[in-house]
Design a protein around this ligand. Structure first.
Ligand code: ARG
Length: 460
């Protein structure tokens, strides 16, 4: 029988072609090749150091693996589906290159701890890249916050103008969401950075291996505690996809606001021609497609997280082939999250903020009504009564098509004779925002300080 499989010994019939293509993963797991080689080099040098193979054999294996790495990097490696996955493609090639010594690489190891190792190395890299990119995005937001620390816009609840805020304050609200995303990534890194290598198939190995050494060679913090858990655990994949899903949810919220703000009705921002597309039928259109796609791509991130939860649910210990299905959602979440953050950095760096339009919108919507109520409270009227009085003032304005700041004192006195000339300080947008002068408030002075704190935190 001409069975090419590295596990072919037990089998008398060649594998069915349909089964071969059903079980193969090399078309997607070849993305792990460099991590696989990194893990194999650590494993081979440990085998040599522990005298499980000779040092000369270890050197030969390592030189062969380095050559394979070069071939893969220069696209001179021919991946074969009948060899199933990334591990067996590389090992088969190694043996083809260096002969029987190549067959010793898999001593004291299984594809089960091998794939767990590859995956941790991959996720660790992606976590580092994504953290850096999220940080770049935070910096763009801090830049915008500094430029617009006193740019007034309406703040919203229920998408109704609620109270005036500054655009800088809004940018720093987004920045906080991302700060939590970055913290979650950093936090997950500590949990994922342990070495499963040495768990072998599930129970460990009878060879005198040194797990501490492979852990150190791969810059893991320590070897994992339990061999059965090590080969079956994919929490770190799930955690990454969950963190990416939360990040995606944040990005979708930012994107949605940009869609709204750039619309004809709002005109708060201009997204830049490079980030919009035209319509094939309506010549007047400039559509915020990039922002919409950012909103849409969060669906993938949420879907991938769900897929992984369902994949892991109910799996008995230890390794099951189901786990091969963890890779595509993981890769997709990594690619999607990295691309979304990258495009958002570019888009925000080119955004034009229409400060007049925002100011106008803040003036239009009775946004200082709360300030008038607070003014009355300061004149010893209980808040509930003040609320009632201002409600009537607003109803009057609606009926007479006026803004709060346009009412004269005589008119205001019809609602409360405690209102005096100083009321206009709080009925103006500037007065309103400046009065929210405490940590976390929207007063321009506070926004400036918050931006300084954020920048310092991001530089640390
Ligand atoms: N391709 C497999 C995976 O991604 C590698 C481990 C296979 N192990 C096994 N015993 N079949 O999970």
């Amino acid at each position: 029988m001409s069975n090419k499989k590295l596990w072919g010994g037990r089998f008398s019939a060649a594998i069915d072609k349909a089964v071969e293509s059903f079980t193969a993963s090399v078309h997607f797991d070849q993305r792990l090749a460099l991590y696989d080689i990194q893990g194999s080099i650590a494993h081979a040098s440990m085998l040599g150091n522990c005298g499980i193979i000779s040092n000369a054999e270890a050197d030969e294996i390592i030189a062969g693996l380095k050559q394979i790495q070069k071939d893969i990097e220069s696209d001179n490696f021919s991946w074969q589906r009948e060899l199933e996955d990334v591990h067996m493609n590389i090992e088969a090639r190694l043996t083809e290159m260096i002969g029987d010594t190549g067959k010793k690489l898999h001593t004291g190891r299984s594809r089960n701890d091998q794939i767990a190792t590859d995956m941790r190395l991959y996720v660790r890299d992606v976590v580092d890249q994504l953290s850096q990119r999220v940080k770049d995005l935070q910096i763009v937001l801090v830049d915008l916050a500094e430029q617009h620390f006193d740019t007034i816009m309406p703040g919203f609840t229920h998408l109704q103008a609620a109270q005036p805020v500054t655009f800088g304050h809004h940018m720093l609200a987004w920045e906080q969401m991302l700060e939590r995303d970055r913290q979650r990534l950093t936090d997950s890194r500590t949990r994922l950075n342990i070495s499963p290598l040495g768990a072998a198939a599930l129970a460990g190995t009878s060879y005198p291996i040194n797990r501490q050494q492979t852990a150190e060679l791969l810059a893991f913090d320590r070897p994992s505690e339990n061999s059965q858990d090590s080969v079956s655990d994919r929490d770190f994949v799930l955690e990454f996809c969950s963190n990416a899903a939360i990040l995606g949810t944040h990005i979708s919220r930012m994107a949605e606001e940009m869609v709204i703000w750039s619309s004809d009705k709002f005109k708060f921002v201009d997204l830049g021609d490079a980030f919009c597309t035209g319509s094939s039928i309506m010549p007047q259109k400039k559509n915020p497609d990039v922002a919409e796609l950012l909103r849409g791509k969060s669906a993938r991130l949420l879907g991938n997280q769900t897929q992984l939860l369902v994949l892991m649910k109910g799996q008995p210990l230890t390794y099951n082939r189901d786990n091969q299905e963890d890779k595509e959602p993981l890769f997709d979440s990594a690619d999607t999250a990295l691309a979304c953050v990258d495009i958002l950095v570019r888009m925000l760096a080119q955004i034009t903020v229409n400060t007049e339009q925002m100011y106008q919108a803040a003036s239009d919507g009775f946004a200082t009504a709360t300030d008038l109520a607070d003014y009355l409270v300061k004149k010893q009227i209980p808040f509930r009564d003040a609320h009632e009085i201002v409600g009537k003032v607003v109803a009057y304005c609606v009926q007479n098509n006026q803004q709060l700041g346009q009412l004269n004192i005589e008119t205001l006195n019809q609602f409360s004779n405690l209102i005096e000339d100083d009321v206009y300080d709080c009925l103006t947008l500037e007065g309103s925002v400046s009065s929210r002068n405490h940590i976390g408030g929207t007063a321009p002075e506070q926004v400036k300080q918050a931006a300084i704190r954020a920048r310092r935190r991001l530089q640390a």
